[in-house]
Design a protein. Structure first.
Length: 312
């Protein structure tokens, strides 16, 4: 008897093939899913185990008890043995005490006290101050790129009121810009010889290496200094984006801070020539957002001693 040919066989084979393919696909999908979950967990683990310097330094509320030393560079460093600046004085008010950024190398604290005293004695008003550094310096989670070694301070152009400011005023005071509302020129209603003198007094201390001002302010200083035939002091005044309601004073490395890294010295010219043209472009007048760089800086990116300082 002739064997019957069942058409089922190819169908069965096809079915088997489909089942095989499906399970192969399922396996591969499951494998991919498992792999994806593993990679995800691995990434999370990596993120969690990273030591972000800004988070570490931000949480430390007190200074170290060691000798005062500035370590590293202005934008990648830390500070040992900081001194704190009281919020009030006859000669100044320091804004936003809640930020805990009123710490500095003793050189900076003495600079602030001397300079504000001189302004008070010369002009009859004190200063309004912004941030110095955190208790052990280091990168900040928001705000400044530098201010990491206790050698930088922001000083507002506004005069200190005669009466001491209360805590609420210190936290909420909004210093005015000295630029016009369209931010293309100096606001002549606000700007005066006082500001010229203020900046000149601020540069007098030999420890000052640079003062950053908005390029429009540097330009105004150049015009005024030329009229007064008084160009010598201008070389330390450096144009930099932003800095229209405050100027930023930077001191050079203290003598006993062996690990402190100075910036190159400013050259001897007043900086009032063609160099200033570069800064007059609109995108150079106002700050770029470089917060991310300092926020995600790792503890291992800082000088080695900063790890020790963060753990003392
Ligand atoms: Zn500053």
């Amino acid at each position: 008897m002739e064997k019957l040919r069942f058409p089922k066989k190819p169908l069965l084979q096809r079915l088997k093939l489909i089942i095989k393919l499906r399970s192969a696909l399922m396996t591969s999908f499951s494998a991919k899913l498992i792999l994806f979950i593993l990679i995800f967990l691995f990434d999370i683990n990596l993120v969690l185990s990273k030591e972000y310097a800004s988070e570490i330094f931000f949480k430390i509320r007190t200074e170290t008890n060691s000798e005062a030393k500035s370590i590293g560079s202005y934008s990648k460093g830390c500070l040992a043995g900081a001194e704190y600046l009281p919020n009030h004085s006859l000669h100044y008010e320091a804004l936003k005490p809640s930020r805990n950024r009123f710490w500095g190398h003793p050189n900076l604290i003495s600079y602030i006290k001397n300079t504000s005293k001189e302004v008070f004695e010369t002009h009859g008003n004190g200063l309004i101050l912004g941030d110095l550094s955190m208790p052990r310096g280091g990168p900040m989670p928001y705000g400044h790129k530098s201010h990491q070694t206790g050698l930088d301070v922001d000083i507002f152009y506004e005069r200190k009121p005669d009466l001491a400011m209360n805590r609420f005023e210190l936290e909420t005071f909004k210093p005015r810009s000295v630029l016009s509302p369209n931010q293309r020129e100096i606001n002549e209603d606000l700007w005066s010889d006082y500001h010229y003198d203020l900046l000149k007094i601020a540069t007098k201390d030999d420890r000052v290496t640079r003062i950053f001002v908005n390029p429009l302010i540097k330009k105004e200083l150049c015009v005024m200094a030329e009229e007064k035939n008084d160009m010598d002091w201008l070389k330390k005044m450096r144009p930099w984006a932003g800095h229209y309601n405050h100027f930023h004073v930077r001191l050079s490395c203290p003598k006993n801070s062996e690990l402190c890294i100075n910036q190159a010295d400013v050259n001897n010219s007043s900086g009032c020539g063609s160099e200033l043209d570069f800064w007059m472009k609109k995108d150079k007048l106002f700050e770029s957002n470089s917060t991310k760089i300092r926020k995600w800086m790792l503890l291992s990116d800082l000088p080695k001693s900063c790890r020790k300082i963060s753990m003392e």
